[in-house]
Ligand binder design. Structure first.
Ligand SMILES: NC(=O)C1=CN([C@@H]2O[C@H](COP(=O)(O)OP(=O)(O)OC[C@H]3O[C@@H](n4cnc5c(N)ncnc54)[C@H](OP(=O)(O)O)[C@@H]3O)[C@@H](O)[C@H]2O)C=CC1
Ligand SMILES: O=C(CO)COP(=O)(O)O
Ligand SMILES: [Zn+2]
Length: 359
C-alpha cells in the first residue's frame, strides 16, 4: 500500500477495526451428517482427516461419520478422554498428518478439536452430538491449566454440522444445560452494561441485541423443549448458533458470559464435574439477576420449565461450596467486571443461596 493511500485511510482519525470470524457453512437439521461430504467438498480442506470423538460419542456418531467419509478420504480417528495436556499432546501427534480435523461430540471433544486445529493452523469441522452449550460454533476454547480451566482465543470451526436426530437422542440433561447457557445471556448482558456504565468498557449494541433476542426466543419456546424431540433439538441448536454469533460480533464472550459464568467456572474448580457448564451458569444467573434487581424468579421458572436444575441440592452440591464459588468468582478473569465484583460479602452470598430454595 502506498504512503498516500495510508494517509487517505487515516485522514479523519477513525482507527477502529474488528475482525469477525464466523464458520463458513452451518448446517442444522434432520440427518445432517449425511451431507458432510457435500460440506467438505464445498470447503475443500484436503484428503486426510482426523475424527476426534469421546468414548460414548464415538459410538453415538463418530463411527457413522467415519463410515460416511472412509471411501473418499484418508480417515484416522482419535478418542479424547479427559481434556488435559496429555490428551491435547496425543491428539496433536495424531493429527500431524491430517489436513483437517472433525470434532464429533460434546463440548470437551469440540474444544479438543478447536485447540489442536488452531495450534496446527488447520481447519476443523464441529459435529456436536449434544446441544449442551454455545461453544459449538464459537472461536473460543476452554483450556485446562494447573490452576483450573481458562477461556482462550482459538478459531471458530470452518463448518458446523448439527444433526438434530442425533442431538435429540442425547440425554435431556445435556440439552437442558445448553438452554441454561443461553438463558444466562440475560445476566451476561446486564453485567456488560454495568461494566460499560461503571468502567467505560466498550459494548456492542448489535451483539447485545442478538444475545438478548436469542434468550427471549428460547424462553418463549420453552414449552416445545421436550426430551427426545427433534424439533426441540432444532430450536436449541439455532439458539446456540445465534448466541455464538453474538460472541463473534462482540469479538469476545462478553454477550454470553458474565458473573454467572465466572461463578460457573469457580464452581467447576471447587467441585469438578458436579455440574454441567450450562447448569452451573443457569443457577449463577438466578443469583446475579437477583443482585441486578431483575426478575430472578422468571429466570428460575424458565430453567425449571426446561428441566435444568435451579438449586445446588438437585446436583448434590453442598450449599457451602456454592457460597465459596460466589466469593471466588471475582478471582476468575478479574478484568471482566460484573455484579459479583462489587464487594459481595459472605452474608450476602449465603442469602443468595438460601433464596434459590424460596417458594
Ligand atoms: N468453547 C467454549 O466456548 C465453551 C466450552 N465449554 C466446555 O465444554 C465442556 C462442556 O461440554 P458438555 O457438552 O457440557 O460436556 P462434555 O463434552 O463433557 O459431555 C458430557 C458427556 O455427555 C456425553 N455425550 C455427548 N453427546 C452425547 C450423546 N449424543 N449421547 C450420549 N452421551 C453424549 C459425553 O460423552 P463422551 O465421553 O463421548 O465425551 C460426555 O460423557 C467443558 O469442557 C466446558 O469447559 C463450555 C462452554 C463454552
Ligand atoms: O461459555 C461461554 C458462553 O456461553 C463462553 O464463556 P467463557 O468465555 O466464560 O468461557
Ligand atoms: Zn457458557
Amino acid at each position: 500500500m502506498s504512503t498516500d493511500t495510508v494517509q487517505v485511510l487515516q485522514s479523519d482519525g477513525f482507527n477502529k477495526s474488528r475482525w469477525t470470524q464466523l464458520p463458513r457453512d452451518v448446517l442444522i437439521g434432520h440427518q445432517a451428517i449425511l451431507q458432510l461430504p457435500d460440506i467438505i467438498a464445498d470447503i475443500r480442506p484436503g484428503r486426510s482427516v482426523l475424527i476426534i470423538s469421546g468414548g460414548t460419542t464415538r459410538e453415538v456418531a463418530g463411527n457413522a461419520v467415519e463410515d460416511i467419509l472412509k471411501d473418499s478420504y484418508d480417515v484416522k480417528r482419535f478418542v479424547a478422554g479427559k481434556l488435559d495436556t496429555t490428551t491435547l499432546e496425543a491428539c496433536s501427534q495424531a493429527s500431524l498428518s491430517a489436513d483437517f480435523l472433525i470434532g464429533v461430540g460434546g463440548g470437551r471433544v469440540i474444544d479438543c478439536a478447536k485447540i489442536v486445529s488452531y495450534k496446527q493452523g488447520k481447519p476443523f469441522i464441529s459435529v456436536p452430538t449434544a446441544a449442551s452449550h454455545d461453544g459449538i460454533i464459537s472461536g473460543r476454547a476452554t483450556l485446562p491449566t494447573e490452576a483450573g480451566s481458562v477461556s482462550v482465543g482459538a478459531h471458530p470451526p470452518i463448518a458446523v454440522v448439527a444433526d438434530t436426530g442425533i442431538i435429540s437422542q442425547a440425554p435431556h440433561r445435556l440439552m437442558a444445560s445448553g438452554c441454561a447457557d443461553v438463558i444466562s445471556n440475560y445476566t451476561a448482558i446486564l453485567d456488560w452494561e454495568l461494566a460499560h456504565r461503571l468502567r467505560g468498557e466498550q459494548i456492542s449494541e448489535y451483539a447485545i441485541a442478538l444475545s438478548k433476542m436469542t434468550a427471549e426466543i428460547l424462553v418463549k419456546d420453552a414449552n416445545l423443549i421436550k426430551p427426545g424431540q427433534e424439533e426441540a433439538a432444532w430450536i436449541v441448536v439455532k439458539a446456540l448458533v445465534s448466541s455464538g454469533v453474538s460472541m463473534a460480533i462482540a469479538g469476545s464472550s462478553r454477550p454470553a458470559s458474565g458473573g454467572e459464568h465466572k461463578f460457573g467456572h469457580a464452581l467447576e474448580r471447587l467441585i469438578p464435574g458436579a455440574a454441567l457448564h450450562g447448569e452451573a451458569c443457569g443457577i449463577g444467573s438466578i443469583m446475579t439477576m437477583y443482585l441486578h434487581g431483575g426478575d430472578w424468579r422468571e429466570i428460575r421458572s424458565s430453567l425449571a420449565r426446561i428441566g435444568a436444575p435451579t438449586t445446588p441440592k438437585e446436583l448434590n452440591i453442598p450449599d457451602e461450596i456454592v457460597i465459596e464459588a460466589l466469593l471466588k468468582a471475582r478471582d476468575i478473569r478479574p478484568e471482566r467486571y460484573t455484579i459479583l465484583d462489587m464487594g459481595l460479602t459472605r452474608e450476602s452470598a449465603e442469602h443468595l443461596v438460601q433464596m434459590l430454595y424460596e417458594a
